[in-house]
Design a protein. Structure first.
Length: 636
């Protein structure tokens, strides 16, 4: 028998172990190929190299490739571990180190080439579906199926290189083990997990810390600023991972100890199930911990990107309160001409309404010394569905110039200086993010009583800006009108006026969010596939060992129905404990992300139902397939 024939026979005779590795590889390559088909589509030739869309597609493909590399590396490591006994036998029979390495390399490359070809074939078959999804998400015209030569070549070359590298280094996973350990690979028992008082105390401290943050996040400014910072967010993420690991390593021990004291432990097959859970607790915890992280990453990616996508209209109206906004400085000679042009082009549109108000500001400041009268502010805020205010002569109402940040309660020093001359001492009535001007145009607006606001004139160094707001009903669909207006509103100095279109911002943001969602969708699919494949891999690579155990139990009277119940329970725990924990973490994010993305909870609820249906379907398929494999070997 030649080395090539031996490698081929290994693949054919141990097909279940190889099939799990093959399947996980096919899925990863399939996702990369489908994304590449979209990336190289002829209808995207209009994208310029270096543009935001081009860069996003390139970064997306790189990220998908990196995640695929990590996932396939994990798969091959698990695959090599499952073959330790077979490789140990080859060494005992006289196989040299060089021969063993060559055989492992050839086996991996056979699977690699088969996986790449299979994935590309499936990719070509299912690419029209992904292109249809891409067309819908990215709002691109055309996007029909084509012959994806570039995608085929890129996928084949990139993954051939990936598998070549992995196949070269995979023998490292074997060389470190002694032959005797390899031969006993299917007989080694796991060490029992024990509870640790120190670890439990650390877990309790983390929980107390989260309770403290939850209760005082909006009450302590220093705490809020820290949590919102990059370091704070990363610290929260690390704490969640640590707490999750502590829950997995300590809680099952406690639950098993409690169940053993209950009558439930002695009913039906519960004793066997609990004993089996305890025996495999260490390896199961590692898998479930990793699967929980992958599920959580996938769920958060999908939900947050989709919620942000659904939130674009609301966010647009926060940034640009009116459908169209024209801002004119006092020295703008084109004001009347521009306003007439805007009015003539949109006055016949459904729901047309026009608003105008004056803002006073001090030029040499950062536009924080900006004054608006109470009556004009109330008219402006009513136009966008906001809440009017009522001021006393000694009160000031501060409005942030950005919907993303709250303005400070401090009154601008230039405003204070003017009012001190009049003998007026102001107190702040309130602070709001309900802005009436384009995002960031002013750092904040100070609303005063009409007669007091009028005193801030040129004598005091304040100039005026006229703001015109125009609203129409179907502003999102007015792309042609917006393009016509923006291309014709010109002057000799662009700094004397500004023209802002909500439709233009909406389209830009929508395209950006759609692209992010499209890229995130593919990455999330890889995460879900990786999570499911890990469980599938664990079940089928341990199949022989489990069947030996089940044969012994069947001989002492375990029925087929009872064996079926034990298997179903084991698979249910492996698949649904990580899933339910990931869903719990997803909804826990409502506390933090709910204020940032308004539709977060609704989208999370909808997506959770979809995820649950997919998970139940996966459980039914895996449970059925695994039972058939066990019954075939155990019950004759």
């Amino acid at each position: 028998m030649t080395l090539n024939k031996l490698a081929l026979n290994n693949v054919l005779r141990d097909k279940w172990t190889y099939f799990a590795y093959f399947l996980s590889s096919v899925f990863s390559i399939f996702i990369f190929f489908c994304f590449s088909v979209s990336m190289f589509h002829p209808d995207l030739n209009i994208i310029q190299n270096g543009s935001a869309l081009s860069m996003a597609m390139m970064v997306g493909s790189i990220m998908i490739y990196i995640f695929s590399f990590m996932f396939i590396s994990y798969s091959i490591r698990a695959f090599m571990k499952s073959r330790e006994k077979t490789l140990g036998l080859f060494i005992i029979m006289g196989a040299s180190k060089k021969q063993l390495n060559r055989m492992i390399f050839k086996e991996n490359m056979v699977i690699a080439i088969a996986a790449i070809i299979t994935a590309i074939i499936f990719g070509i078959v299912f690419s029209p579906l992904f292109l249809m999804i891409g067309k819908k998400i990215m709002m691109i015209e055309g996007f029909a199926m084509y012959m994806p030569i570039k995608a085929i070549v890129l996928t084949f070359v990139m993954f051939f290189i990936l598998f070549f590298i992995i196949s070269l280094i995979s023998p490292i996973f074997i060389r470190k083990n002694k032959v005797i350990n390899m031969l006993k690979a299917d007989k080694r028992d796991e060490k029992d997990m024990v509870s640790s008082p120190l670890v439990i105390i650390i877990g309790l401290l983390i929980i107390i810390g989260f309770v403290f943050i939850f209760n005082f996040y909006n009450k302590i400014t220093l705490l809020k600023n820290f949590i919102d910072s990059t370091i704070g967010t990363m610290s929260m993420f690390a704490a969640i991972l640590a707490l999750l690991y502590i829950l997995y390593t300590q809680l099952p021990i406690l639950i098993i100890a409690i169940v053993k004291k209950k009558r439930l432990y002695l009913r039906r097959t519960n004793m066997i199930i609990i004993a089996d859970i305890k025996a495999k607790l260490r390896s199961n915890v590692k898998i479930m911990y990793l699967v929980t992280i992958l599920f959580t990453g996938a769920f958060y990616s999908i939900v947050m990107l989709y919620a942000a996508n659904a939130d674009v209209e609301r966010a647009t109206k926060e940034n640009y309160p009116y459908s169209y906004t024209y801002v004119s400085l006092s020295n703008n000679n084109y004001e009347k001409q521009h306003i007439k042009f805007i009015r003539d082009n949109i006055k016949d549109k459904s729901g047309y309404k026009e608003y105008a108000f004056t803002v006073r500001y001090k030029e040499e400041t950062d536009r924080s010394a900006t004054i608006m009268s109470e009556s004009e502010y109330n008219n402006a805020i009513k136009a966008i569905g906001g809440t009017p205010i009522s001021l006393k002569s000694n009160e000031i109402y501060i409005v942030s110039g950005s919907s993303k940040t709250m303005a400070s309660h401090n009154i601008n020093e230039h405003i204070q200086n003017v009012l001190e001359k009049q003998g007026v001492t102001l107190k702040v009535l309130g602070v709001s993010k309900e802005n009436v001007t384009p995002e960031g145009y002013f750092s904040k607006i100070n609303v005063l009583k009409d007669e007091i606001a009028a005193s801030f004139d040129k004598k005091e160094g304040f100039d005026t800006i006229k703001v015109y707001g125009f609203n129409i009903d179907n502003w999102k669909e007015e792309g042609e009108t917006t393009e016509h207006l923006m291309s014709n509103i010109k002057g000799d100095n662009e700094y004397k006026f500004g023209f802002f279109s909500a439709q233009n911002l909406y389209e830009t943001e929508k395209n950006s969010k759609n692209l992010m969602f499209y890229v995130g969708f593919f990455i999330s699919v890889i995460f879900v596939i990786a999570a499911s494949s890990m469980i599938y891999f664990k079940l089928f690579t341990e199949l022989e060992k489990e069947c030996v155990k089940f044969k012994g139990i069947v001989k002492i009277g375990l029925s087929k129905r009872e064996l079926s119940n034990i298997i179903s329970t084991q698979i249910f725990i492996l698949m649904f404990v990580p899933f339910l924990l990931a869903i719990t973490l997803l909804f826990a994010g409502t506390w933090f992300w709910g204020n940032v993305i308004k539709s977060y909870f609704t989208v999370a609820l909808l997506c959770s139902l979809i995820f649950l249906i997919i998970q139940i379907s996966g459980y039914i398929m895996v449970n059925s397939k695994y039972k058939k494999a066990v019954f075939k070997k155990v019950i004759s």
